[in-house]
Design a protein around this ligand. Sequence first.
Ligand code: URA
Length: 160
Amino acid sequence: MALVGEAPGQWEVVNKKGFTGPAGKLLDTLLKLAGIEREKVTISNILKCQPEKNKLPAELSLAIACCSEILERDLEGISTVIGLGNIPLLALTRQTFITKRRGSIYEIANGRVFIGTLHPAALLRSAFVKGEDETKVLPKEVVVADLKRAKEVDEGWNWR
Ligand code: URA
């Protein structure tokens, strides 16, 4: 199973490892709640460099295409891909709006299955995590449910 994010941020550039900053810390908690061992999953990103000023490149499709060979190498032997956020959803399924598509299962290239969920950074930005406004929730339970579903699919659950 692989978790694929959007692009490395400042922490990931320093640590040379995906999801090692605040979003990574939250991801660790979510994985634990879903019963997934981080050490047993591949962690990758669609884009391989930190975008300038952390803004997505204007030529996003080109950037995705440029990085796709490295991603493919990262995904060798992987049958289930969990996409975190909109960019993996777009890059791997050509779909948009992760909030609508999360939890759905897609068959993608090279015999793989894709399940998208919300990006942990989105949860960190949300009032849910800050506990400020309960009407603006992006519940972490939703992400945990998506991760559990991906695990079941990877373990052979017949979802078709
Ligand atoms: N956000 C991502 O999408 N990927 C990382 O590796 C870190 C933060």
